[in-house]
Write a protein that binds this ligand. Structure first.
Ligand code: 15L
Length: 269
């Protein structure tokens, strides 16, 4: 399979692209900017996802796409619109035109950030984005469903928690995703037979999880990371979130950002 990885210069892309070549030797990397540590063995094509003609050229001859590209935190409406909404539309539309068979869409936990940490949700619960960024991920999931059912592209949307060497704080003990586990999820999206459209949570085997990831397990996911192994270290170093909105909701600071609501109305389990 010839695989395209968008967003290859970003934080997650940089980690992922180191692990993919043994599995997908025919790998094409893309981003707006060239990765600083690009090796001579790596194939890189610079592209602006907000420009459909560039994306059409990028996806020619590609079998499967891991789409990490776009803006990965909250941004102005204009930024989110161009990078994530128009960018993701262009990606799926170019994939359709080029006959790409599979797309793995990097959604985010921020598509459902406004659930209390005391609640366990699965992928049937309603979307509750916490930011314009989260709304763009909800849009990407919806778009994926449409291209899957209407245009025969197998799509896996992964609501990624936080990818890193280890969990960064108490909140991330619930949502941590080891890079190797992200690779396993991507493989399900690119290779699992009969896959039409699925949504899963991008987390490792986390004892403090607030997501029910049974759909991922049904699809064959076997996470190997255990955030609890880092719990003592993380909790000793972590300062509790000062903001009550950030502390209450799964999306943390993304929920508190620009918040002008009524705490008495929303701070309910
Ligand atoms: C995300 O979606 C962001 O891309 C990442 O930078 C983290 O902030 C992560 O969520 C998180 O929720 O910790």
């Amino acid at each position: 399979m010839r695989i395209l990885l968008t967003g290859a210069a970003g934080g997650v892309g940089t980690r992922l692209r180191k692990l993919l070549p043994p599995i997908y030797p025919d790998l094409v990397l893309s981003d707006l900017k060239t990765p600083a540590d690009l090796a001579s063995s790596e194939e890189f094509i610079r592209a602006d996802l907000s420009d459909l003609s560039q994306v059409k050229t990028l996806v020619e001859g590609i079998d499967g796409i891991i789409h990490l590209g776009g803006f990965s935190v909250e941004g102005s409406w204009e930024t989110i619109l161009n990078a994530n909404i128009i960018g993701t539309y262009n990606l799926f539309e170019a994939a359709r035109l080029a006959g790409v068979k599979r797309v793995v869409f990097a959604s985010s936990n921020h598509a459902v950030g406004f659930y209390p940490r005391s609640t366990t949700i699965d992928t049937h619960d309603l979307l509750r984005p916490d930011t314009r960024y989260g709304v763009s991920k909800a849009f990407g999931e919806a778009l994926g469903a449409m291209y899957a059912y209407k245009h025969n592209i197998g799509v896996l949307a992964i609501r990624i928690g936080n990818v890193g060497e280890k969990p960064l704080d108490e909140r991330r003990l619930a949502i941590w995703l080891k890079t190797e586990d992200l690779v396993s999820l991507c493989r399900i999206g690119l290779e699992r037979e009969g896959l039409i459209y699925e949504v899963v949570y991008g987390m490792s085997d986390n004892k403090r999880a607030w997501w029910d990831n049974s759909r991922a397990l049904e699809l064959g996911y076997r996470p190997t990371g255990h955030s609890e192994n880092y719990a003592d270290e993380v909790l000793a170093a972590d300062a509790p979130a000062g903001d009550p909105i950030a502390a209450f909701f799964q999306g943390g600071p993304f929920c508190a950002d620009e918040f002008t609501g009524d705490p008495a109305t929303v701070l309910k389990p």
